[in-house]
Ligand binder design. Structure first.
Ligand code: ARG
Length: 586
């Protein structure tokens, strides 16, 4: 175990047990990094209350009982009863030695859990909007991180591939022809296709006298009925529509470097067969009741204006099922069939009410056992320069692919200016990695539930807390090894930290496992971006005061090379868990 806090915990527990008795062996040692010490022990405060002892006295007794020979240089009581530990350089060196030879850089493999993650979830025949961009990026990073921690992640792309609009969409597709340019719009500009279908429907519906503008509306409605009845021919056309949309989603996913594939599609249509049973079961259990012809669930604590209860409608008065019914079937499926230990929903913040009502209903029905806590990873808005939800760009409706192309273009300008010496092809490749990395980093570095302004110029900047800055630091370490003619992955010489900059860098390297564990339990990728940014800064400070290749002795040079190699491995692993590529050079 290489994380200082994890390594120190049993030692502190032993000391606590020595002072208070064996019954306290399992007390949480509460170890934290602090401004004043490498590691701070916070246990005395809570324990003092329990045993009725002044906290500083208890802290002093714990210090006496602590055996930290060779581990800490100083151990002292501070403040209201903290214990401040200063790690010895040699202990840091030995921990780093363990990380150096560890493929996983000290990151523990946790007891595997089944974790379905619901993310991305765009809608068929609709443009992916920036909200989808964000759930896709955040969800993918969580999927990668939880997988890295040893879990069995089951990606669930809950695409909107069912519902009444499919009648008009199928009819429109049939009219224009499945191989036509118009049908091709589903892959390049899905909103244009959708709007054309909608326009036809509306003008047919509103025509006076009725029928004077054709019967598109009548056919569209009939088509919905055939679709819901499972009519074979209709399903073939529906599938064609879904396939074209899949091609569009996959184009976005590939451009973004997102891990979602067709195998992860678990759209709304998948649950069709279960919806009837969901309603029947809830009705039979008395959880759902008919109100104004609709089957509804009324839950305690959900009231609207004037204290009127807000229903969760699971079957409309026309017999149709909706979004809520599908999500009820979904949670049931994830618990029963996917055998989920945890269920993550990476979805827009406004859907919190919907999700909570669905989960509460599922709990009542016994589909969601108490030990499973579903998590809503709330996604905040992306704003334009006017601080309104980003919906258009330069007056035109926002097309996600265009936005990504623009990011690459801006990055191209930055790279062309910074590296005119590289050939065009190399510069283009780097520009793609930097442009996409910049967008993803900007998204991940903000708490997922707060909003941020989409500002390409800032995102692609080579300085500040940006993706390109981190990529640049990685490239710089790589260039050190290129110059030295050495393979960073084979660099295993012992580290001997001496200078403060080296010590600070070493300590940060040792924090990596703790950070990943926290991301995996708090679902906050911005903790990882923050960590990597600080690591990059620590490396820059180290590199300024400690020349690597021109070090005074071979031993020092080797030690600094090992530290640099660890920075490289940690940064590349961390960026990969964010879904960001690290260019060879920049
Ligand atoms: N398709 C929905 C939308 O675009 C998101 C679905 C989220 N997942 C879910 N299980 N409800 O808003």
């Amino acid at each position: 175990m290489v994380s200082p806090r994890v390594a120190l915990a049993p030692k502190v527990q032993t000391a606590i047990a020595a002072v208070l008795g064996d019954g306290y062996r399992d007390a949480d040692p509460v170890l934290r990094p602090s401004q004043f010490a490498d590691v701070q022990v916070n246990a005395a405060l809570a324990l003092a209350k329990r045993v009725g002892m002044p906290p500083r006295d208890l802290a002093a007794k714990i210090v006496e009982a602590l055996d930290l020979d060779g581990v800490c240089d100083t151990v002292e009581v501070s403040g209201p009863g903290f214990v401040n530990l200063t790690l010895s350089d040699r202990w840091i060196d030995s921990l780093l030695g363990a990380v150096t030879v560890d493929e996983r850089l000290g990151v523990p493999a946790q007891t595997p859990e089944n974790i379905p993650i619901d993310y991305s979830a765009p809608n068929v025949a609709k443009e992916m909007h920036v909200g989808h961009l964000r759930t896709t990026i955040v969800g993918d990073s969580l999927a990668r991180t939880l997988e890295h921690l040893g879990h069995h992640v089951i990606r669930q792309n809950h695409v909107g591939d069912w519902g009444t609009p499919f009648g008009m969409l199928i009819e429109h597709l049939l009219e224009v022809g499945e191989d036509s340019d118009e049908a091709g719009l589903l892959v390049t500009d899905p909103n244009a296709f959708y709007q054309a279908a909608r326009a036809k429907f509306d003008s047919a519906e509103k025509a006076e006298p009725p029928g004077s503008a054709g019967d598109f509306d009548v056919r569209a409605r009939a088509r919905v009925v055939s679709l819901q009845a499972g009519d074979e021919a209709t399903l073939v056309h529906w599938q064609r529509l879904v396939d074209l949309s899949k091609a569009y989603f996959n184009k976005v996913y590939r451009t973004l470097g997102v891990t979602l594939t067709d195998a992860d599609l678990a759209g709304e249509s998948m649950y069709n067969d279960m919806l009837g049973a969901v309603c029947d079961e809830l009705e039979a259990a008395g959880i759902a009741t008919v109100s104004d012809g609709a089957l509804c669930v009324f839950l305690d604590g959900y009231t609207g204006r004037e204290g009127r209860p807000v229903p969760l409608i699971i079957r409309k008065s026309d017999g149709g099922y909706g979004y809520a019914t599908t999500d009820l079937a979904t949670i049931k499926y994830r618990v029963a069939e996917l055998e989920a230990h945890r269920v993550l929903y990476v979805i827009g913040a406004p859907q919190a009410l919907h999700l909570n009502m669905v989960w509460d209903t599922a709990r009542k029905a016994g589909w969601l056992p108490d030990e499973i806590t579903p998590v809503h990873v709330q996604i905040g808005n992306v704003l334009g320069p006017d601080r309104k939800i980003l919906k258009t760009r330069s007056g035109k409706p926002l097309r996600l692919m265009m936005l990504l192309d623009e990011a690459v273009e801006v990055a191209q300008g930055v790279i062309d200016a910074a590296r005119p010496d590289l050939d065009e092809q190399t510069r283009a490749r780097i520009a793609r990695q930097v442009g996409i990395g910049a967008v993803k980093y900007a998204d991940l570095s903000v708490a997922h539930d707060s909003e941020y302004v989409f500002d390409l110029e800032r995102m692609v900047s080579l300085t500040g807390n940006t993706g390109p800055y981190l990529q640049y630091v990685v490239a710089r370490v790589r260039s050190i090894f290129r110059q030295a003619g050495l393979d960073p992955l084979a660099q295993r010489a012992p580290v001997a930290v001496a200078q403060p900059a080296g010590r600070d860098l070493a300590k940060r390297l040792l924090d990596f496992p703790d950070v990943l564990v926290a991301v995996g339990s708090e679902y906050e990728p911005h903790r990882l971006t923050g960590y990597l940014f600080e690591l990059a800064q620590a490396f820059s400070a180290f590199y300024e005061s400690c020349p690597v290749l021109k070090a005074e002795t071979e031993q020092v040079r080797q030690s600094r090379l090992t530290l640099s190699a660890l920075v490289l491995r940690t940064m590349v692993t961390g960026l990969d868990l964010l879904g960001i590529e690290a260019p060879e050079q920049m």
